[in-house]
Write a protein of this length. Structure first.
Length: 255
């Protein structure tokens, strides 16, 4: 498969602490890759480097062979990298549909016109409704975002991310803070996106059953270093992972 994203010797240091240490990684186009590792392993820091929230101390990031290491988060989004965060980021006092419509308008480059009613933007509204159906929020279009349950807000955030039409989705613990009852719905949403086969998805997640179900490949970060990279089965059977990460005792789950 054709590589879409690559890091070369990616490193970031905060004072005397190396949070990401010399990570070189190639991610194939339209692949679903998960990132696992214990707390403090450098997973979110690695995401922050990919999306541009942080600048590496050394090393580079390449999108389709083009170096993007110095580009801002906004420029990376325009080039095709979209990122969700652990904390939901929606407009609470707007309706669910309006949240998505704003993202669609932004992607289309449509500016607000004071004397043109929003219903005139039929193509924008139609696309927004399709995205809400994809994330299973079609029946909540007229709800205020602040009145959604936490899991529904995560789905709305994913719809807004999809509206930007990025090629790469960086999903940072999409089930964080959810009740057990909410998790299957967000899992189905991510399944639906993967099924379309149009996106490269990179996921940070702690739920191993979810990772095994969704991932083509899994990378393991440990103390900021790339400990292993392979299929879910290869990772589960990797003795280095079991020894360093699981203390040599694999019980069927990874934190």
């Amino acid at each position: 498969m054709k590589p879409i994203l690559e890091t070369k010797n990616l490193t970031i240091q905060f004072g005397g602490h190396t949070a990401v240490n010399n990570v070189s990684l190639t991610i194939a186009e339209k692949q679903f890759k998960s990132i696992i590792g214990p707390n403090g392993a450098g997973k979110t820091t690695f995401f922050n480097l990919l999306s541009g929230q942080l600048t590496p101390t050394k090393g580079g990031i390449f999108l389709k062979g083009e170096e993007i290491t110095s580009l801002s988060p906004a420029m990376r989004t325009r080039k095709g990298i979209g990122r969700s965060f652990q904390i939901t980021n929606v407009f609470p006092n707007l309706s669910v549909l309006e949240n998505v419509r704003l993202a669609v308008q932004s992607q289309m480059g449509i500016r607000y016109q004071m004397f043109r009613h929003f219903r005139k933007y039929n193509d924008v509204t139609e696309k927004s409704k399709q995205l809400l159906e994809l994330v299973m929020l079609g029946n909540k279009a007229d709800f205020l975002a602040k009145n959604l349950a936490h899991g529904e807000k995560r789905k709305l955030e994913i719809a807004m991310l999809l509206a930007l039409e990025t090629e790469i989705l960086l999903l940072d613990e999409p089930t964080a803070g959810m009740s057990l009852e909410e998790v299957p719905a967000i899992l189905e949403v991510i399944h639906n996106i993967k099924k379309q086969g149009t996106k490269t998805i990179i996921l940070i997640e702690h739920k191993m059953d979810m990772i095994l179900d969704l991932s083509d490949t899994v990378m393991v970060l440990f103390n900021g270093c790339l400990l292993a990279d392979g299929t879910p089965t290869e990772i589960m059977e990797n003795e280095t992972v079991q020894t360093a990460y699981l203390g040599g005792l694999y019980d069927g789950s990874i934190a």
